[in-house]
Design a protein around this ligand. Structure first.
Ligand code: NDP
Length: 453
């Protein structure tokens, strides 16, 4: 390794890159990590973390309403967007500093600059013009919001800008039916905005279980969100005091903001991947094998830029595995099966494993167990809402292949259900587990009746 300036050069200071740099340094490797913006990446700076803080803020409105049924009078409750944003920014700055401390403390050199790859082992630092060579290069550059090529697209915002708006939009139109569109639609609605969600498909949240998709949409509509399916924004106009979104169904909707949440694209442009001969997949992501290695043996890619599962904990594992494999004498690969996920909608989704449709596509015979019930809290609050729980079970082995939940605490439940699914638990194992009463989660171990085909 002595012929190289470094053992590992990590490009991108997001959660995955930071984990890889820190673990590699802990194994004794000479490591540098470059970040052109803020250490922490999408998740910490403009993704999961600030989003969840905004979600917490948005849920107070319902809590105040629900409190009345329990005897509370909440008078004079007021919401102030600038206070929320300022407090959120303070927390993000604290986390960013912690990221820097952790990775620097482990012995990795932090380079605050954009860099470009100049060859299989060479990286140029744009701020100084210096070049460094490294035995391995790890591309962990993440992704960015995709845009729509429509007139007035520059008037729209993406999730990047949504975290820094000067004021809460009174009215917002959001295009998209995925994670980001649904989460922002719900959080803006909770904070009091009038929300229109426009989605090109005939149901939101493609890829999730169909029962769960319909259920969440119903709950969103019940909370006042105008969900328009089979529709797209064709044009955005600036009308001085507001924007106007023109839809394919002929409607023109006035709003303070128009948000585009139509997917994210990997950051593979202008970072020299071509110069090094790195092959990209049709999606534009770096094509990698199960060890996260590209076609160039010295170049690896992890996280969103590698186009596998765009979730922070997955990127972190991929980075950890690369560092252990290359420098820790502990080779292992990430298992991308049964990764739990959540959508922090209102109510939220927690899910792990196969949807009913995906399970049936495997050709196996499948049993479905499903329940919809009114949460206990709603008995006194009077809120018209229901929890949905569904188990997808393989008939021959009784293995639980999928757990799908919509309701308060669904994400927390799915994290624990994921352990059982990952271990190959059967329906009988669920049934053998004593219920914890009174909870919503107890329904998962007391589901008795199969849904008839
Ligand atoms: P998604 O891929 O989840 O959703 C994109 C949405 O945009 C889909 O509804 C898609 O429709 C629609 N769309 C795509 N292209 C067009 C187009 N040209 N015109 C109109 N609509 C279009 O992406 P997101 O941006 O919401 O999120 C990106 C990723 O980030 C997620 O996949 C997820 O991995 C991650 N994420 C995770 C979160 C979490 O864990 N809670 C939260 C936020 C993001 P269609 O379905 O028809 O393709």
């Amino acid at each position: 390794m002595a012929d190289f300036d470094l053992d590992l050069f990590v490009i991108g200071g997001g959660s995955g890159g930071v984990r890889a740099a820190r673990i590699a340094a802990t194994h004794g490797a000479r490591v540098a990590i470059a970040e052109e913006y803020r250490m922490g990446g999408t998740c910490v700076i403009r993704g999961c973390v600030p989003k969840k803080l905004l979600v917490y803020a948005s849920r107070f409105a319902h809590e105040f309403e629900d409190a009345a049924g329990f005897g509370w009078t909440v008078e004079g409750a007021k919401f102030d967007w600038p206070t929320l944003i300022a407090n959120k920014d303070k927390e993000i700055a604290r986390l960013e500093a912690a990221y820097r401390r952790n990775v620097g403390g482990a012995g990795a050199e932090i380079i605050d600059s954009r860099v470009v790859i100049e060859g299989p082992n060479t990286v140029r630092i744009l701020k100084t013009g210096a070049t460094l060579n490294a035995k391995y290069i790890l591309v962990a550059t993440g992704g960015h919001p995709s845009l729509l090529d429509i007139p007035g697209k520059e008037l729209g915002i993406t999730s990047n800008e949504a975290f820094h708006l000067k004021e809460l939009p009174r009215r917002i139109v959001i295009q998209g039916g995925g994670f980001i569109a649904v989460e922002f639609a719900c959080l803006f609605a909770g904070l009091g905005s009038k929300v229109t969600l426009v989605h090109r498909g005939d149901e939101i949240l493609r890829g999730f279980d169909d029962d769960l998709r319909a259920h969440v949409r119903g709950e969103m509509v019940a909370r006042g969100i105008d969900v328009r399916l089979n529709d797209t924004i064709q044009k955005i106009e600036d009308h001085k005091t507001h924007r106007c979104a023109f839809l394919s169904d002929g409607a023109a909707i006035e709003a303070d903001q128009v948000m585009l949440a139509v997917g994210r694209s990997p950051n593979t442009k202008n970072i020299g991947l071509e110069a090094a001969g790195v092959k990209l997949a049709p999606s534009g992501a770096v094509a990698v094998d199960e060890t996260s290695r590209s076609n160039v043996p010295s170049i690896y890619a992890i996280g969103d830029v590698s186009g596998r599962i765009a979730l922070t904990p997955v990127a972190i594992r991929e980075g950890h595995a690369v560092a252990d494999t290359l420098f820790g004498n502990k080779p292992w690969n990430v298992d991308h099966k049964n990764v739990p996920s959540a959508v922090f909608s209102e109510p939220e989704i927690g899910t792990v494993g196969l949807s009913e449709v995906a399970a049936k596509k495997t050709g196996k015979h499948i049993d479905i167990y499903r329940t919809r019930f009114k949460p206990m809290k709603a008995t006194l609050s009077g809120r018209d809402t229901a929890i949905l729980m569904k188990l997808v079970v393989e008939q021959s082995t009784e293995k639980v292949l999928g757990v799908h939940i919509v309701g308060e605490g669904a994400a927390e439940m799915a994290q624990l259900a994921a352990i059982a699914v990952k271990m190959g638990a059967t329906k009988q194992d669920f049934d053998n587990t004593v219920a914890l009463h009174p909870t919503a989660a107890e329904e998962l171990v007391t589901l008795r009746n199969k849904v008839a085909d």
